[in-house]
Design a protein around this ligand. Sequence first.
Ligand code: IMP
Length: 476
Amino acid sequence: MSLDKLLDNIRILAVVCNQFGDSGKGKFVDYFSSNWANVVARGTGGNNAGHTIIVNGREKVFHLLPVGVAYDSSGVISILGNGMVLDVKVLAEELDELDNEGATYNHLRISEDATVIMPWHIAIDQAKNQSQKDGGIGSTGRGIGPAYADKVARKAVKIRDLFNTDTLVKKVLKLSEIYPDQNINAKDLVEYILPFVPRIKPFVRDTVTEMHQFVREGKKILLEGAQGLLLSIEHGVDPYVTSSDCSLNGTASGVGLPANAVDLSIGLIKFPFMTRVGGGPFPTEIGGLRSEKHCGEGFTKKDELERFGIKYEIQDGKIKYNPKDEKILQMMNSQDTFIKGIGIRLAAGEYGATTGRPRRVGCTDAVAARYAVGINGPIMALTKVDCMSGADSFNICYDYQIDAQRDLRFKRDAAYLRKITPQYQIYGGYGKINSAGIFKDLPARLMDAIRDFEIFTSGKVVVVSTGPEKEQTIVR
Ligand code: IMP
């Protein structure tokens, strides 16, 4: 793998997503954490994210800890930054999980400035935002939005408050007045939360000051983005967003750095398909409203496999099936777009790591990508490109039409995005690409599409991921 080619003279690297999240960040973050970084830091979100980390050869899904924690024994420092919202119970569970595996986390740092997710945040989130049916946001139900709401209202409990019971009780009493329906009892709450405090205390620091020191020392710092630009509270389509600014800017400020300190920011783009989890407009969704409704109904991967008669096995509690199964290929090439979308979902394994929900599948939207380039910068990596091998054709959306007019804007307006009709360029499909070593090895039709995409977005594709393995990566 020649990702190292990208890293000459780079001290601060960010890996962010330019779509709706779930863009295969793990592979890159893992590579940079294992081969390059001294420090790996997360700055946004909380346990709404989900990624698989290999600990002692075993796959573990973590929601909070940065990927860098898997390299703790090599001295890699992992930071949960000031911009995050932390559920201390989940954090303690993830640390227990590492203990069970005999893995260390001596270099973990938790920002004293991060916000604490309280039990009532989770209750409110689940009551109000979780249902994707009837046009709801379909949040992950982890209390993310309500915790950030308290932060913005300047009322939130911060990690540092957990070490001062008087301040904690005072803050909780104030919050109990704000949330009368939640019957918050300060004593019960403090009793609930205090057992987690000694567990995290050894790792809590002023991570912002430390980060500035790391920069002065010339340490190699990897900023691990979470979610994606189109879900950002600042740049996504309100209300169908998460509550953090998961752009490059938010990712940098969430660890105490300016975005211009970042030497290289790589914006990930799934290509030539994309996904979204939860509610909200998705102009290029394959199967349109039928797919949106289906994905909001709580079906699981197992349900979909059984419905379409695809063989699977359960190993270590995980469902295993062959994504290249002939039936899946047929579904990908179906004339019925609803079935086609499910076929791509199965071929690419697009089911949530956090919630297990089927992800809605669409064509890559170059209009949205062009918008994302404007915010996250021009450098892009295309991911999961091999998943569409075997499809007869693929479509890329290069413009929107509204009231019979061309419109190249991605507006942060749900009504507008529901109204536009995406216009597609159709490309012929491609076969297996897993063994392509350099860009020129890729099928001509795919290269044409990538070039068109670059010209349209004013971006530069520096990486094409052709399979899940680290070696299956083309660097231009
Ligand atoms: P929340 O972040 O739980 O408040 O959810 C708000 C929206 O962001 C919902 O549509 C979620 O499905 C979506 N979302 C949150 N985290 C992720 C993620 O890691 N990947 C994809 N979508 C996410």
